[in-house]
Design a protein around this ligand. Structure first.
Ligand code: WTA
Length: 638
């Protein structure tokens, strides 16, 4: 007996029909001119990735591109040895020593730029300081740091000597920090005296000191004087000053020979429930895939000023503020501060001043800035911008259009990149020459094989949604969960039959082969027998001129199974009147059809989000149902 397709696929409600052909100037200047040909080049994944790997310096060339014998513990570039920091910094010293590698700026307008030569100097001294503290290849080094040049130097110093870094976002609580340090069994913690946020300085050392009390593995705590002058010293006797350490350190340091599969870093991702997962990334494949994808998707060249606004504590900061841009020898901006402080044009002022050419941010930031209206970006000179990007959540078509019109001024293509902490690199994304559909991340990149499947591992044809899976291994995939290979297998590889990687997202493909992410599988609503992703309903809300952000949850209902409850943030100048509620219900129904009956709408000034800006619908739901919300150490209301 065949099952009702609604049981294990999701309904498609949103039909976004706008298509934006590539801008003629982009088409004329970009390196890749033919999308289809480029995608075809990736059909044979091993040949494709081996070809890309040749662009880097290997001390010893790999013997096998991909080893699948111990799947899902895949190995890439077997027997290859290299060093990521050598490739990201030292390699550029002969070709571009004076090119700016990093440009740090903060909300107070302070600036510091370092060239590749200066960065090499700082990285080497830091690496030698780490060695002097007893850190060796394979040791874990935890970091609880604001975005700053020293933080990047510490990451690169670890990679240079083969130590494994584990950054923890410097907004997490003592408990969250301690839990991660303990899980990674870190020997050293590097922190800072504080960080700037909205005109205040926030103490980090206090949190770090308290956390370390619960972490017996930590032998030393190093503190970077970031908000205070290093000369002023610090009063805490139990910590070592970073500036003192590197002042005495030698500026020469030989790179450690790293096996392609040696661990580069551990990064914890909270997941929706339970203990954070320590995602493990290794050296060779991560290097090749992050740099290749940045190069292709944002068409990076020598004149670019690249700005990824993510904090260094997230995978986006790791891959695309630090490793990929430096591997490509470009200039990367490191920004410390909120996007709307001191004013809602904070980001656009930096774009104007530093002549940023490629700008990459999160949909939540765009939606947040939309609330303040377009006069803020209009007052800034954004003419240096050539390509825009987003990551982190589905971008609602209206937010896409706002970004396209007011930031890209109708000629910058928007690269909507779908990927995860676990994937390491962009997976589904357009290239600059791709025709764009607002709200779609378009197609899997060359060398990436993605598909939509149902829970039994069957292909889901266009017209229905299902589980987004990756069918073949890729070089920057996570290798395991730290200390928990069983959980790695169970979470990602054993959810459905067929040995495919299950991303935890739901998506649909359209008739042109474009992917549309419908939300997280955990958040799916079940309305009158239909399984519906959150993203389409939320996008329908955001397409109303009064709405800036929306989150929907399913609320149990004795008759319908679940009814939709929406939490809505209005744009400036609108009020949540009963008339508006009626208008919104009508609007959503009009956009999505009769299934989309909205039960309740509540107006709110903030929504619960993860620190990286994702709406936490499970928190809204738990509150609604009066049940325990579980681990909310990553929660923020904004
Ligand atoms: C979501 C961030 C839609 C998705 C790099 C994924 C997206 C999760 C997109 C990973 C996108 C990321 N469109 N959804 N372009 N990019 N997501 O681990 O649910 O912080 O599984 O990595 O963010 O989040 P993470």
């Amino acid at each position: 007996m065949s099952k009702n397709p609604d049981e294990d696929t999701t309904a498609v409600l949103l039909h976004e029909r706008r298509i934006f052909p590539p801008d003629p100037t982009i088409r004329a200047t970009t390196r890749i001119k033919d999308w289809d040909a480029e995608l075809r080049a990736g059909d044979d994944i091993e040949t494709y990735w081996a070809e890309k790997a040749r662009a880097f310096t290997w001390f010893h060339r790999w013997t096998t591109v991909l080893d699948t014998s111990d799947a899902p513990f895949y190995r890439w570039f077997v027997d290859g040895t290299t060093n990521l920091t050598y490739n990201a910094v030292d390699r550029h010293l002969t070709t571009r020593p004076d090119h700016v590698a990093l440009r740090y700026t903060n909300e107070q307008g302070a600036e510091r730029a370092v060239t590749y030569a200066e960065l090499a100097h700082e990285v080497n001294r830091t690496a030698n300081a780490l060695i002097a503290l007893g850190i060796r290849k394979g040791d874990r080094v935890a970091m609880y740091l604001p975005p700053c040049i020293e933080a990047v130097a510490c990451m690169l110093a670890c990679a240079k000597i083969g130590a494994v870094h584990g950054l923890v976002y410097a907004g997490f609580s003592t408990r969250a920090l301690a839990e991660r340090i303990r899980d990674a069994d870190a020997k050293l913690l590097i922190t800072a005296d504080g960080t700037f946020r909205r005109g205040k300085t926030i103490d980090l050392l206090g949190v770090a000191t308290e956390a370390v009390r619960e972490c017996p593995s930590v032998e030393t705590t190093v503190v970077i004087a970031h908000v205070q002058d290093p000369e002023e010293g610090h009063t805490n006797q139990n910590v070592v000053s970073y500036h003192d350490l590197i002042a005495q350190a030698d500026a020469r340091c030989e790179p450690e020979m790293m096996d392609a599969e040696d661990v580069l870093f551990i990064l914890y991702t909270s997941g929706s429930t339970g203990k954070p997962k320590g995602v493990v990334h290794t050296t060779g494949g991560y290097m090749v895939a992050t740099a290749t994808t940045l190069q292709d998707v944002f068409d990076i060249n020598d004149h670019d000023v690249w700005w990824c606004t993510a904090d260094l504590g997230w995978i986006t900061g790791h891959s695309y503020s630090v490793y990929a841009p430096l591997l490509l020898g470009t200039t990367s901006i490191i920004y410390e501060g909120a996007p709307d402080y001191p004013q809602p044009d904070a980001l656009w002022r930096v774009v104007e001043r530093d002549k940023v050419t490629k700008f990459y941010t999160a949909p939540t930031t765009i939606r947040h800035l939309m609330r303040f209206g377009e006069t803020w970006p209009q007052r800034c000179d954004l003419s240096s911008l050539k390509i825009l990007g987003t990551v982190g959540e589905p971008i609602n078509p209206e937010a896409w259009i706002w970004y396209y019109e007011h930031i890209g001024r109708l000629h910058c293509p928007i690269m909507d990149t779908w990927w995860q902490t676990e994937t390491g690199c962009f997976m589904i994304s357009p290239l600059p020459i791709s025709p764009l559909k607002p709200g779609s991340a378009t197609k899997p990149l060359p060398g990436i094989v993605a598909e939509v499947m149902d829970v039994e591992g069957r292909h889901v044809p266009p017209g229905r949604g299902g589980l987004l899976v990756i069918k073949r291994p890729w070089p920057s995939m996570l290798r395991t969960l730290y200390n928990n290979p069983e959980r790695y297998k169970k979470t990602y590889w054993e959810q459905i039959p067929g040995g495919v990687y299950v991303s935890g997202d739901i998506a649909r493909m359209d008739e042109d082969g474009y992917f549309w992410i419908q939300g997280r599988a955990d958040d799916v609503l079940k309305i009158a027998g239909h399984r519906i992703g959150t993203s389409e309903i939320e996008s329908a809300f955001v397409s109303h001129h009064a709405v800036s952000e929306a989150a929907v949850i399913g609320k149990p209902d004795p008759i319908k199974g679940e009814i939709v409850k929406a939490f809505v943030i209005l744009r400036g100048g609108y009020e949540g009147t009963p008339e508006l509620t009626e208008a919104l219900k009508k609007h959503v129904r009009h956009e999505l059809g009769p299934i989309a009956v909205i039960g309740d709408i509540v107006y709110t000034a903030t929504l619960p989000k993860t620190r990286s800006g994702k709406i936490m619908r499970r928190v809204l739901k738990a509150r609604e149902l009066g049940i325990d919300v579980g681990d909310v150490s990553t929660l923020i209301e904004t």
